[in-house]
Design a protein around this ligand. Structure first.
Ligand code: GLV
Length: 387
């Protein structure tokens, strides 16, 4: 492919270059994938208001997320197994984010460890944690994140049990991949990926293997989830974890106005309106459809971010115009990483930035911080009440 102009171009290359089990892991939702599909198709329902003869010089996409300067309000979302999409993938993505000037969020389920990423970057990154039962492990995780100078933690609140993703089960997803006849046949067609992987020692869950006690099969995300995650999680426990960390906290997985109020009451620094990219509760409404109600309820009390469904700078603009202060991309940058490593992540960020900047100009705005509902044409009932 000669000229890359869209995230879809990167996705095609990602599919070609990366073993099926990892491409599928990124590209799937749970069960029927209805929510996964609607996360993107609902963005498409919102249209833009074309304005003309408005001075479009000196445009600015820079803003802030949780008080940190960002070149555009688009952070890299936490994504598990990133180092399986491309060798040392988390380091590559974090470096691309740092150079571009946007936040990088490291997943607990990463291949490169917190220390690996800190060693290869110069600016603080964010660290995502799940709500686990093992206090010792949580405390050590927080200590490690503090030692690595992480400037915020992102607590994932919608994954105490895992939504069933058929493809992962059928592919026997694990890190590193287990050799079955079918995985070997597929791996044999991914030679450059394999050669790169052979040159790194980072092929296991770097934050977990050697750190978590009593985990039977540390190569499998689903078995670790079943063993270590806290199904008794409640808001008191969230408060406890926030206290244990003691620094900035972003609560992720809020899709309901009532839950948003609870997050505000705990004093979080921001919430992420998210349905986990359609990977958890299939049948939930898309994040962008839920955003207006959550903004109406808590928008003046807490910083609101959004993930799930963003594949373009136009999607970013739509979320910002509905009131989000920040957004996250997951699959969009993973497509870049799987396609072309660090350069691909940079490419994904450039694509999104250009789309955001050009769209903003053609809507008659010069600064992302001034985007508001006036920029959009939203179909009647889009964010109406569902009973
Ligand atoms: C982990 O958070 C996943 O969605 O796979």
């Amino acid at each position: 492919m000669s000229v890359i102009t869209t995230i879809a171009d990167l996705k095609r290359l990602h599919k070609r270059r990366t073993p099926r089990m990892f491409y599928d892991y990124a590209e799937s939702g749970s069960w029927t994938e209805q929510t996964f599909r609607e996360n993107t198709s609902d963005f498409d329902q919102i249209r833009l208001r074309q304005r003309i003869a408005v001075d479009m010089t000196n445009r600015n996409t820079a803003s802030q997320m949780i008080g940190e300067d960002v070149a555009m309000p688009v952070a890299l979302a936490p994504v598990g197994l990133t180092g399986m999409q491309s060798a040392d993938g988390e380091i590559k993505a974090a470096r691309a984010a740092e150079k571009f000037g946007v936040p990088f969020t490291l997943s607990t389920m990463s291949i490169c460890s917190i220390e690996d990423v800190a060693e290869h970057t110069t600016k603080p990154f964010w660290f995502q944690v799940y709500t686990l039962r093992d206090d010792d492990f949580m405390k050590r995780l927080f200590d490690r994140a503090r030692a690595a100078k992480c400037s915020a933690i992102v607590i994932t609140l919608d994954l105490q049990i895992m939504g069933q993703r058929h493809k992962d089960l059928k592919n026997g997803l694990s890190a590193p991949p287990k050799f079955t006849l079918s995985s070997m046949a597929n791996l044999a067609t991914k030679v450059p990926w394999g050669l790169e992987m052979l040159q790194t020692k980072r092929r296991f869950f770097g934050n977990i293997v050697g750190h978590a006690a009593g985990v039977e099969d540390p190569s499998s995300l689903s078995s670790w989830t079943a063993e270590a995650f806290d199904q008794s999680l409640d808001w008191d426990r969230v408060a406890e974890l926030m206290k244990m960390w003691g620094g900035k906290v972003i609560l992720k997985g809020i899709l309901d106005a009532e839950d948003a109020k609870k997050a505000v009451a705990l004093g979080a620094d921001a919430i992420v309106v998210s349905n986990h990219g359609g990977r958890q509760l299939d049948g939930a409404l898309s994040s962008i459809r839920m955003l207006p109600e959550i903004m109406d309820t808590v928008g003046d009390k807490i910083e609101v971010h959004l993930d799930s469904g963003i594949r373009s700078g136009q999607d970013v603009l739509k979320a910002l115009s509905l009131g989000a202060k920040g957004t996250y991309i997951g699959r969009a940058y993973i497509n870049g990483l799987g396609a072309m490593g660090e350069k691909g992540v940079t490419k994904a960020l450039e694509v999104i930035h250009k789309e955001l900047d050009t769209t903003m100009a053609l809507c008659g705005r010069r600064d992302v911080k001034t985007l508001d509902r006036d920029v959009l044409l939203v179909p009647e009932g889009f964010a109406g009440k569902w009973e």
